[in-house]
Design a binder for this molecule. Structure first.
Ligand code: NAD
Length: 297
């Protein structure tokens, strides 16, 4: 399987697509995602250096022979840190792994006149394998100079998706900001209602358990990363406010006990999902089947 091949390649290393590249400097390389990328680059035969928060007095030295610089620092510091990278070697590739793309890409293009690419790995640092994981990328400048990087990421198992920074950020408003925020609110609600969680779990067959897990897993992760993702743009907050308004409208339906209108709205949404609705039902059944097969309780 893809996963087994990753694990075995992981032990022996990955093929190196650009052996003549000078060192790769990972700014924030001691962080969660930074560590993972340092490991992947090292396993692929590149020379990797970390520029951590305490290393800026030696930055000129660390950056002087960089063939590529990858920025992976807290979202709210990314812009400032990128704007310090103004004297990289002309042919050096400047890349970032930030969960938002417009602002960092703009900052990279303004700080550096060489090749620039924005990356967004759509997975967290604990993902056991990159197989089937998505890495979104936004072209910045001189794409011919970093095609090897995209190909290298494909060798790690990920699939690459190209998009403009603006469309990326619009998509993430729904995929990340709204979803994480609704999970956050659901968690806050549960904590304040304070039900017997063990009892709720015992009443939950796999689908309900999975839905609880999808909310609960958020709270096993880094609060400040999610705060930054949700608060990263005013369009996220506008989207969340529209969702809130629709919640209110839906409650009006309940209060008037207007079942016809509920059924009507339901079938409009069903139409909107189209053939995806049935496909999602099927896909989630398969996921649950797999989850059942692998869960030991
Ligand atoms: P993190 O807090 O674990 O790591 C950030 C690192 O940056 C830390 O080691 C910190 O010391 C370092 N740092 C802070 N200020 C610095 C400075 N001035 N100079 C150099 N280093 C500095 O955060 P993370 O979760 O690894 O996230 C890093 C980036 O990766 C963010 O842009 C985030 O959006 C992106 N990202 C994270 C995930 C995830 O699940 N963790 C997923 C996709 C993308």
């Amino acid at each position: 399987t893809m996963r087994e091949s990753y694990v075995s390649e992981n032990d022996s290393g990955f093929k190196c697509l650009n052996p003549s590249l000078r060192s790769i400097v990972v700014v924030g390389g001691h962080g969660q995602l930074g560590k993972l990328f340092c490991k992947l680059f090292t396993l692929s035969g590149y020379q990797v250096k970390v520029l951590g928060s305490q290393d800026w007095d030696q930055a000129d030295d660390i950056l002087s022979d960089a063939g590529m610089v990858v920025v992976t620092v807290p979202i709210n510091r990314t812009d400032t840190i990128i704007r310090k990278l103004t004297s990289l070697p002309e042919d050096c590739i400047l890349a970032d792994l930030t969960s938002i793309k417009s602002e960092p890409l703009q900052a990279m293009l303004e700080s550096h006149s060489g090749p620039v690419v924005g990356l967004h790995p759509m997975f967290g640092p604990n993902t056991p394998s990159l197989a089937k994981q998505v890495v979104v990328y936004c072209d910045g400048r001189n794409p011919e100079a970093y095609q090897w990087l995209l190909e290298q990421i494909r060798i790690w198992g990920a699939s690459l998706q190209r998009i403009s920074a603006i469309e990326h950020d619009q998509g993430m408003t729904l995929i990340q900001a709204l979803r994480h925020f609704t999970s956050f609110v659901y968690g806050v609600h549960l904590a304040e209602e304070n039900p017997n969680l063990a009892q709720l779990i015992s009443l939950s067959s796999p689908i309900y358990r999975l839905e609880l897990a999808m909310v609960g897993r958020l709270f096993a992760q880094d609060a400040s990363l999610y705060a930054d993702i949700i608060m990263s743009s005013p369009q996220n907050i506008d989207m969340i406010k529209r969702f809130h308004a629709r919640f209110g409208e839906a409650i009006d339906l309940l209060e008037t006990c207007d079942k016809d209108q509920f059924v009507d709205a339901f079938s409009q949404v069903e139409n909107w999902f189209g053939e995806h609705a049935g496909r999602f039902l099927h896909e989630s059944q398969n996921l649950l089947q797999q989850a059942n097969d692998s869960t030991q309780r």
